[in-house]
Ligand binder design. Structure first.
Ligand code: AMP
Length: 295
């Protein structure tokens, strides 16, 4: 009797490619599409951390090909100083993505995304009137415009977004439904530091003292959620949590609210049968941190 060795398919190692223009992008993606490969996309603004990489890993599991875009989108920054100080580290980002088996990193320039004469804005209303939309006028128009462009450029079958930016996720779901964009929008859970702080590129901008204060945001949300679920009055509970943030050392609390999980409309009494979200934005000057929890 002879032993036939198990024949394994050689694992095809593909290298990570980069594209900077729509033409280059389509030259790479076109052949994938013709061979019916499924494509998952993860839009980012770079300065990548483990939260971004969790979305990339999810994309890798779901699709044959993974495209990550890195574009610090000027249109979504209502404050030009915030845009200037936003962390950027392209070389580190590309090596991280290569190590995660990403097939294509799309790096458009502002000129490619918004060529001279660009006059189109994509706007989702209502969902963008609350929470971050109130204090960041125009922010979500910038997000929905750039995501619509990225979706039409890359034509992914699915796109992964983090629940860390819960309002953004809901706005993009609405946008995709309303415009019949053939992209499945998938939400992924928030990745946190050991002390509960949600990972964010903006955490890099915190001083050591601010970094020590920052986890109070998650703690306040968690205890607020627990007392709401236990039956405490919602306005009282969110008021107490806001006070906790200020006494922990936050400079300002932009909002700390319970909202409907679908419409994002404010909710003043908790109904266990409905999905709610407890969301907050708080400032450690000049850094604005956001976080949210399912209730
Ligand atoms: P950004 O680069 O901040 O625009 O984020 C790109 C994507 O990563 C968005 O879908 C974010 O919601 C997601 N993301 C950012 N931080 C986290 C995190 N801590 N956990 C999970 N996803 C995240």
């Amino acid at each position: 009797m002879s032993i036939v060795p198990l024949r394994r398919e050689p694992r095809l190692l593909r290298s990570t490619q980069t594209a900077e223009s729509v033409a280059e992008l389509r030259e790479i993606i076109g052949p994938w599409k013709r061979r019916s490969k499924s494509v998952a996309m993860v839009p980012t603004m770079g300065a990548l951390h483990a939260g971004h990489l969790s979305l990339v890993d999810r994309a890798r599991r779901l699709a044959d090909r993974v495209v990550v875009s890195i574009f610090v989108n000027p249109l979504q920054f209502n404050d030009p100083k915030d845009f200037d100080r936003y962390p950027r580290d392209l070389d580190a980002d590309i090596s991280l993505l290569a190590s995660r088996g990403v097939d294509l990193v799309y790096l458009p320039t502002p000129e490619i995304m918004y060529p001279p004469g660009f006059r189109t804005l994509v706007q989702v209303d209502q969902l963008t009137d609350t929470l971050c939309g109130r204090s960041r006028p125009g922010h979500f128009d910038g997000v929905t415009t750039v995501v619509t462009k990225l979706f039409t450029q890359v034509a992914p079958d699915m796109a992964i977004f983090g629940e860390k930016d819960f309002q953004q996720l809901q706005v993009i779901r609405r946008l995709t439904r309303d415009l019949d964009l053939p992209v499945e929008v998938i939400g992924a859970p928030t990745v946190r530091e050991h002390d509960g702080l949600a990972l964010s590129s903006r955490n890099l901008l915190l001083s050591p003292e601010q970094r020590a204060i920052a986890p109070a945001l998650f703690r306040a949300l968690r205890s607020c959620r627990d007392v709401i679920v236990a039956g405490r009055d919602v306005t009282e509970a969110t008021g107490t949590a806001t006070e906790e943030l200020l006494s922990a050392g936050f400079d300002r609390v932009d909002y700390l609210s319970l909202v409907d999980g679908d419409t994002l409309a404010p909710v003043t009494s908790f109904t266990p049968a409905r999905a709610h979200r407890l969301a907050a934005a708080a400032i450690l000057e000049p850094v604005r941190l956001i976080d949210n929890l399912a209730v």
